[in-house]
Design a protein around this ligand. Structure first.
Ligand code: PLP
Length: 406
């Protein structure tokens, strides 16, 4: 038996990735994974860009490349982030293998064993898993329908000296909530005043279907120590594994050193193909199409939940992203509901694994980007019927129990 490092005893397999192995079978109507719509992948444009790059620059496209990333791609990211409210030079950009690698590199470069990381509850599971691997202590900060609560954050900062505050401020995974401007400013101010680093994880910021865009926290107060992470996973395709970190040059240098030991660099071919694609492809027109497609799916999801779930169900109403968060009525346990739902060949992710502590077991996450509206309606009808049946059963059980007691 090969002996594993002590730290592996602190890290559990992702409950969600385990669930996805079952729910993503073809016969299941799944709302579990955070999957973009495959029909929206710009497959032809990507095929052309790969072919172009392989024909015109086969050497560098297939050769080792710099750890920092392909220069034209770094320049494109810097320019776009500047336009979105985070002024950045290309030297402030590191190209990563998805934003997931950005989270991991930040963990590697910033966290010493025993350090505290403040996180939202619930939060993105794979980030919690990553911080645990680096032997962090996770402390939760209360959230409401507008994301992280500032009084709760200030209370947490008085109680401990965290190394890092991690949050997904825009269309959060799993709840879909968005931090308003005042709270973004408050967090930037807190980071600057306390000298506490903030990791702003933003894979969904460009997927807004209603309401006005909000600036990244990282762009609000220049001296605030904020690292911004972005991704091409949800705007182009997740299989490319392309993301980026934006921060001050010293931090980018540290993340680059951390990355050298991880994978030397992100794949040259994918970076060059995407850089080539972005030269000619109308990325903004592509985003407009995605926003229309996903906006319709979000509307279908919200209307179907309203129509199909039993009274007392509560849910978030996101303005973008990929997820809606549901709270079931009458103390229904979402893991039990998943067992019923799988019998009806419909799936979702129960909410409990998203909490580092004290889970809300009545909660669940629904993805709406991966199925067209008629299938969303069908899936929610099946799921709502399962929830209603569970609720009736519980009420009957309660009635019998109180009848016996009385
Ligand atoms: C909040 C959040 N961060 C990071 C990621 C990782 O995305 P990727 O590595 O594909 O960019 C995801 C993926 O779903 C996510 O939801």
């Amino acid at each position: 038996l090969i002996q594993l490092a002590q730290r592996m005893t602190r890290v559990q397999a992702s409950a969600i990735r385990e669930i996805l192995k079952v729910t993503e079978r073809p016969e299941v109507l799944s709302f579990a994974g955070g999957l973009p719509a495959p029909e929206a992948f710009p497959a032809e444009a990507l095929a052309r860009a790969h072919a172009d790059v392989l024909a015109s620059e086969p050497g560098p496209a297939l050769q080792y490349g710099p750890t920092e990333g392909h220069a034209p791609l770094r320049a494109w990211v810097a320019e776009r982030m500047t336009r979105r409210g985070l002024p950045a030079a290309p030297e402030q950009v590191l190209i990563t293998a998805g934003s997931q690698q950005g989270i991991d590199l930040v963990g590697k470069a910033l966290i010493d064993p025993g350090d505290t990381v403040l996180v939202e509850a619930p939060s993105y599971l794979a980030a919690l898993q990553c911080f645990s691997t680096y032997e962090a202590r996770l402390e939760t900060v209360e959230t409401d329908d507008d994301g992280m609560r500032i009084e709760a954050l200030e209370r947490a900062l008085r109680a401990c000296r965290p190394r890092l505050i991690y949050l997904v401020p825009t269309f959060q995974n799993p709840r879909g909530t968005t931090l308003p401007l005042e709270r973004r400013l408050a967090i930037a101010r807190i980071a600057a005043e306390h000298g506490v680093a903030v990791l702003e994880d933003d894979p969904y910021g460009e997927l807004r279907y209603r309401g006005g865009a909000l600036p990244p926290i990282a762009g609000l107060i220049p001296e605030a120590p904020v690292i911004h992470l972005g991704s091409f996973s949800k705007t182009l395709a997740p299989g490319l594994r392309l993301g980026y970190a934006v921060a001050d040059e010293r931090t980018i240098r540290a993340l680059t050193i951390a990355k050298q030991a991880t994978d030397l660099h992100t794949g040259s071919l994918a970076q060059r193909a995407v850089a080539r694609l972005l030269e000619t492809f109308d990325f903004d027109a592509h985003l407009r199409r995605l926003r229309t497609l996903y906006g319709e799916r979000l509307d279908a999801m919200l209307a179907s939940i309203e129509r199909s779930f039993p009274p007392g169900t509560a849910w978030t109403r996101p303005e973008g992203g990929l997820f809606v968060w549901v709270r079931l009525p009458g103390g229904i346990d979402a893991e039990e509901l998943l067992a019923d739902a799988m019998q009806q060949r419909v799936a979702f992710v129960p909410g409990a694994p998203f909490y580092p502590d004290r889970p809300c077991v009545e909660s669940l996450r629904l993805n709406f980007s991966n199925r067209p509206p008629p299938l969303i309606a069908e899936g929610m009808a099946r799921l709502g019927a399962c929830a209603a049946a569970r609720l009736r059963e519980r009420r009957l059980g309660d009635g019998v129990a109180s009848g016996v007691a009385g």
